[in-house]
Write a protein that binds this ligand. Sequence first.
Ligand SMILES: [Zn+2]
Length: 181
Amino acid sequence: MDSGDINAADGLRLLRTAYLAPSGTRHTGRRTATATEAQAPIRLEVYDYMADAVREAVETTKELRAGQEATAPPPAEAEDVYRWMVEETAHLDEERQKARDTLIYRQGLEHAILMGDHKVVRPHPCRRCHTYGLHWDRDNEVAACLNRRCADSHGEPTTWTLKEIARHYINRRTRAAVRAT
Ligand SMILES: [Zn+2]
């Protein structure tokens, strides 16, 4: 695991406990509102967001299993869906396991960004110029490379979607695992 590793289940657990908890019970350890808190998503959005994330994980598991019935029903608690997904796809070929890991990793990035943690894109190298310095562009919902030499002839930065970042990360991790054996 390199420094870009994040845990999607932890992200969902945090969303559930910190953002879906009844109002007034959210403890941030800070008295004053910070920029992050000011942008904190409202509960209904979080609820829909989590439902969508779980639904995508469940649907993708079914697709990866190519019509084969799952051996166990999806778990009741949202953050357990990834463990279930891994268990239900552990016997599949490497390509499908990589597709699963990419989805889990991408959702982990999405969870962090929803909670205002835009730094999660920084440990990932730009695939084009191979430097570190990705910056989350909130308006366009892409990670932009801050290396000016990497920009195009109009000065527009190279950008990556979270899906691309996740795919690059899982490919790097797979190659590192192959080298280690
Ligand atoms: Zn770049």
